[in-house]
Design a protein around this ligand. Structure first.
Ligand SMILES: NC(=O)c1ccc[n+]([C@@H]2O[C@H](COP(=O)([O-])OP(=O)(O)OC[C@H]3O[C@@H](n4cnc5c(N)ncnc54)[C@H](OP(=O)(O)O)[C@@H]3O)[C@@H](O)[C@H]2O)c1
Length: 297
């Protein structure tokens, strides 16, 4: 295991004679996946997917605590993942990394409980749709804050996460976030102003593709194929198309053009998409999702 290294943290600014401000620097331990004490607030759908990723990344289960709202779930989570339940207040005081994975409307009440005891130098990771870094910083006394928007394929380790960092986040804390998210799939850092647009892209994206699959299955059924067969045809088609996009290095445009000969079968199908302004419809849907994400701030 890597030896813990030290970083300097500005703990306090002292007023000196002559109005010169001196920073008193104290050492804090750098964190990494194996050594960090972690607190998870919320272990629902997304919380469980992230917990699985954290364990896969190499975190020590004995260093992870969690809190959920319904105490009857504690035993089930403890049994399944080998981690221990604790109070929000205890985790705030002891965690190097505090992950908030509750619904956006629960953030205020959680911050009121976390703020009084938050461990100095800790990293807070918010996974809440729409909530700004500045809101979490202001609610918790300006700690280091990372804002992450994952998506549901995180459940299978093939998620896409978007991450933005507050000013106080240290390099070792950034490394922690990217090591952790690598076990959940891919991650990309974006400027926070782009979080709503990116949420409307990869956060909501799986549901768009699910809706497209539903529409294609319905289209096949209308033409006389039974639903089970139609579902197999469509799912294997989307899986194959996704694999081609991921593995051939060719763009979506090239791959589409490769299977579209003028006046051919696919050409006729795609022509109807064009006439119905598929691109405009998708752009409007994504804008509506981004606007909603902005509303949640
Ligand atoms: N699901 C997605 O596709 C997705 C994608 C990207 C981001 N997100 C974000 O992830 C967050 C969580 O979503 P989710 O789908 O995982 O929700 P969820 O399944 O409803 O889980 C919420 C979790 O928070 C816990 N909780 C609520 N209030 C609490 C409190 N006061 N103290 C401790 N724990 C509390 C709940 O406890 P109980 O288990 O006892 O109910 C539950 O474990 C949301 O902010 C969402 O924006 C979700």
């Amino acid at each position: 295991m890597r030896e813990p290294t030290r970083a300097l943290r500005q703990e306090q600014t002292l007023q000196a004679p002559g109005d010169v401000r001196l920073a008193r620097l104290t050492p804090v331990d750098e964190i990494d996946i194996k050594s960090a004490q972690v607190g998870l607030i919320g272990v629902g759908n997304m919380g469980q997917a992230l917990l699985v990723a954290l364990l896969k990344a190499g975190a020590d289960a004995s260093k992870i605590n969690f809190a959920v709202r319904r105490s009857e779930r504690n035993h089930e989570i403890e049994e399944r993942y080998g981690i221990k339940a604790a109070s929000v207040e205890e985790m705030a005081a002891s965690s190097d990394v505090l992950m908030i994975i509750v619904k956006p409307q629960d953030l205020e009440s959680i911050m009121e409980r976390v703020a009084p005891s938050l461990k100095p130098g800790s990293l807070v990771i918010s996974f809440l749709a729409g909530k700004k870094i500045a809101t979490v910083e202001a609610g918790l006394g300006n700690p280091a804050v990372a804002r992450v928007m994952p998506n549901t394929p995180t459940l299978l380790g093939v998620g896409m996460s978007i991450v933005s960092y507050g000013k106080a986040v240290r390099p070792d804390q950034r490394r922690y976030v990217s090591d952790f998210l690598a076990a959940a799939g891919k991650s990309i850092e974006v400027a926070e102003e782009l979080q709503d647009a990116a949420t409307a892209t990869s956060g909501s994206g799986p549901a768009y593709f699910f809706a497209f699959v539903e529409a294609m299955v319905a289209g096949a059924v209308t033409m006389g194929i039974d639903e089970a067969t139609a579902t197999t045809l469509v799912i294997q088609t989307i899986v194959g198309a996704a694999k081609m996009l991921d593995e051939t290095g060719k763009s979506a445009t090239t791959l589409r053009e490769n299977v579209t000969s003028p006046k051919g079968v696919t050409y006729e199908g795609l022509k109807v998409f064009g006439e119905g302004d598929l691109a405009g419809l998708v752009a409007r849907a994504m804008k509506a999702a981004a606007d909603r994400s902005r509303d949640l701030a």
